[in-house]
Ligand binder design. Structure first.
Ligand SMILES: O=C(O)C(=O)C[C@]1(C(=O)O)C=C[C@@H](O)C=C1
Length: 258
């Protein structure tokens, strides 16, 4: 196809606007993509096949508000965009907004202010205070494949040792000493540091960059985006989000803006 000045592909014509909101209401079903590997936002129990998490409960609240059921679509960070575009009305679960993704999806209003910060075994926390501390040949950084953590590590730690691992067990690897440090969303770092005695946020109040979390929506129906944003704005301000998050995080404030 055509390319713009940055060499990015540009669509020749915008796809026809659909009435996604009406379709979801008529079908009585909302298709929601989630990875199930990122507590406290989305976690799939492989034994019971049950999904839990803040964003899982939020999606259920949206569906209840619409009076529809959820069809959950399991995805991975690597295939999130492809699965979302092919099969979902919404994607949830600790998803960072970024310009690459925004080329193909709308994001809702922001839910959390966030950024990347390190987590390491507590006895080593003083060694990982800066990007330069981590960008060293003898420092092993660990992250899952396909998300923004991989992007961050590859861009900032070219001299470091980089290893990938499936996400749900990644902090066990870190605690066991099979990697030195993980640079991930501050919200996750605070949550995990609370869960694992051996792991500590090395810079609990600082981040190396800035990002926002939101839910992904298709670009094909502006009315649907308005609807979901209106629901979300109310849920963020009337105590719904806090009530849903509280059992997961207690008093830990996940967002930078608090
Ligand atoms: O890609 C994103 O948006 C994410 O927030 C996912 C991501 C990542 O960046 O790798 C963030 C934290 C989890 O540990 C796993 C995946």
């Amino acid at each position: 196809g055509d390319t713009n000045d940055d060499g990015h592909e540009v669509e020749a014509a915008q796809p026809q606007e659909t009435d996604r909101l009406q379709q979801v209401l008529d079908a009585g079903e909302l298709a929601v993509c989630t990875t199930g590997d990122y507590p406290p936002f989305t976690e799939l129990d492989e034994d019971t096949d049950e999904l839990t998490g803040i964003d899982v409960d939020m999606a259920q609240h949206l569906a209840d508000t619409m009076g529809v059921d959820i069809e959950w679509v399991n995805t991975s960070w690597d295939s999130l965009m492809e699965d979302f575009l092919a099969s979902c009305d919404v994607a949830v679960g600790g998803i960072s907004m970024n310009p690459d993704r925004a080329e193909q999806v709308f994001f809702t209003e922001p839910i959390l202010e966030d950024g990347k910060t390190p987590i390491a075994r507590c006895e080593n926390a003083a060694n990982y205070q800066s990007i330069n501390d981590i960008n060293q040949p003898d420092v092993t950084s660990i992250f899952p494949e396909g998300g923004t953590n991989q992007e961050f590590a590859e861009a900032n730690y070219p001299d470091g040792e980089l290893v990938t691992h499936a996400n749900l067990a990644i902090f066990d690897e870190l605690a066991a000493g099979n990697a030195d440090v993980m640079t991930t969303d501050r919200a996750e770092v605070l949550y995990i540091a609370n869960e694992y005695d051996a792991l500590c946020a090395t810079l609990p109040d600082e981040t190396f960059d800035y990002s926002l979390m939101g839910y992904m929506l298709p670009q094909d129906d502006a009315t649907f985006k308005h609807y979901v944003d209106q629901w979300l704005t109310i849920a963020l301000n009337d105590g719904t989000y806090e009530d849903i998050a509280e059992p997961w995080v207690g008093n830990v404030e996940l967002s930078m803006d608090n």
